[in-house]
Design a protein around this ligand. Structure first.
Ligand code: HT9
Ligand code: FE2
Length: 406
């Protein structure tokens, strides 16, 4: 086949990719309408909204998240062009312009009928997976395009090399920095503690999330279990972290004070560690793919201040952002759903966090028909033996993607 023929969208099985994200305000006037969009009907107290508004106000009313998504889009486009595929990218957000329904309409108007949705959240869970499927269902309703354009959500990727590799690099660099800070303070023998952090969610929501075999294996809810598995893999695969203590803590608690959310909060945890003799922390924001407002405020402002007050050395590691391994790996995960892309053997993601995660999104409240089945069941890295029930499957990653039918 000639290169020109390879570039037809028919050859790929899908004709566009929708990058779906959270969205954020772009100026002071956007802040309150944005927060209303996020919390509509969710019972978040006004005091909490006013408090969160100050985080955005301090940054000119601008969340960094939209700029980060524009950068990610450009990087993904460049990688797709490098592979000689004709697969245009679109962008739509849940809570701010450009919104998902408008992106859906635009894709339809541009002639696309089969779309893969790539979400800027790595984990399974309500906010990170199920809610995006609901967003698409709502977009079908709003545009009247149900049955006229198909959107298929790509699987979660917290266990992929794409997501883990940038954090491995970040952990090694963070440890080097904290060790240097400790040496400069005349405490060369003090050992840093590695603090993995993710977004808190209500414990009732966490408890409702399966699957049961994951709960049984980790002795906790599946949301927490995914993060524990990521943390464990990072500790085991980064040589600089050998022998260090680590923990999983939470940030950005919302809701009413009487509703229990996952704990401990990162600030309480840092206080506790300081009291127990810890002299320095490397904070690993494994819950997120970019350094957006929850990272800038809750970690770079609040947690950093907490550590400074207690005299602790502090380093906040970067999220994957537009790291080349992340961008390339995401395109490999997209490619699992394409057949014969570029006339070459299909690329696929590589699982490096062991575990049989299956095709989890969440158990309750999900519309099951919208997620593409995972094609990425590869053996895990030698350093981390796979449980016996997670045998790799050799099924072709393109099996789901039939030719575009118009
Ligand atoms: C699990 C999870 C993720 C990670 C998965 C994912 O990435 O999707 C995440 C990401 C994000 N959360 C974000 C912002 C906000 N989240 C809020 C509220 C809430 N988050 C929740 C959970 C999560 N949130 C929950 C259970 C609530 C309570 C209300 C509700 O049930 O929905 C509120 C309302 C005010 C407040 O109460 O904090 C805001 C402003 C931004 C954008 C940051 C920026 O602007 O740069 C991002 C990426
Ligand atoms: Fe949130």
């Amino acid at each position: 086949m000639s290169r020109a023929e390879n570039q037809t969208t028919e050859g790929l099985g899908y004709d566009a990719v929708l990058l779906a994200s959270f969205g954020g305000p772009e100026g002071q006037d956007d802040v309150i309408p944005f927060l209303r969009n996020v919390t509509a009907g969710r019972g978040i107290p006004d005091e909490r909204l006013e408090e969160v508004a100050t985080h955005y106000r301090a940054n000119g009313g601008v969340s960094p998240i939209n700029e980060q998504n524009r950068d990610l889009l450009a990087a993904l486009e460049a990688e797709i062009a490098r592979r000689d595929w004709s697969l245009p990218l679109y962008w739509g957000n849940r809570n701010w312009d450009p919104y998902i329904p408008e992106a859906l309409q635009q894709m339809y108007d541009d002639g696309h009928r089969r779309v893969l949705m790539l979400v800027t959240s790595a984990y399974a869970g309500y906010s990170s997976c199920c809610q995006y499927r609901e967003d698409i269902a709502q977009a079908y309703e709003k545009t009247g395009l149900e049955g006229k354009i198909d959107v298929v959500k790509i699987r979660q990727f917290f266990y992929d090399r794409a997501f883990i590799a940038p954090f491995q690099e970040a952990l090694a660099a963070g440890l080097e920095d904290v060790r240097a800070q400790l040496a400069a303070k005349g405490e060369p023998d003090a050992q840093p503690k590695v603090v993995f952090v993710t977004h808190s969610i209500p414990t009732a929501v966490a408890d409702a999330q399966g699957p049961d075999h994951v709960k049984a294996e980790y002795g906790t809810d599946a949301y927490t279990a995914q993060h524990l598995a990521v943390a464990r893999t990072l500790m085991e695969t980064v040589p600089e972290a050998a022998g260090l203590e680590h923990s999983l803590v939470f940030q950005s608690r919302s809701g009413a004070p009487t509703t229990p959310w996952l704990e401990p909060d990162i600030n309480d945890a840092i206080e506790e560690y300081a009291a127990a003799g810890t002299r320095g922390v490397v904070v690993m924001p494994i819950g997120f793919v970019s350094d957006h407002m929850e990272v800038k405020w809750d970690l770079d402002t609040e947690a950093r201040d907490t550590a400074a007050e207690l005299g602790l050395a502090f380093h906040r590691a970067p999220t994957p952002g537009t790291h080349a391994a992340f961008v390339g790996g995401l395109v490999d995960i997209v490619a699992e759903q394409l057949h014969g892309a570029g006339g070459q053997a299909p690329a696929r993601g590589e699982q490096v966090v062991p575990g049989d995660w299956g095709d989890i999104c969440c158990v309750t409240g999900c519309r099951p028909m919208l997620t593409a089945r995972s094609g990425a069941r590869r053996p895990v890295a030698e350093s981390a033996p796979a449980p016996s029930d997670s045998a790799p499957s050799d099924s072709a990653p393109s099996a789901q993607a039939g030719p575009a039918s118009r």
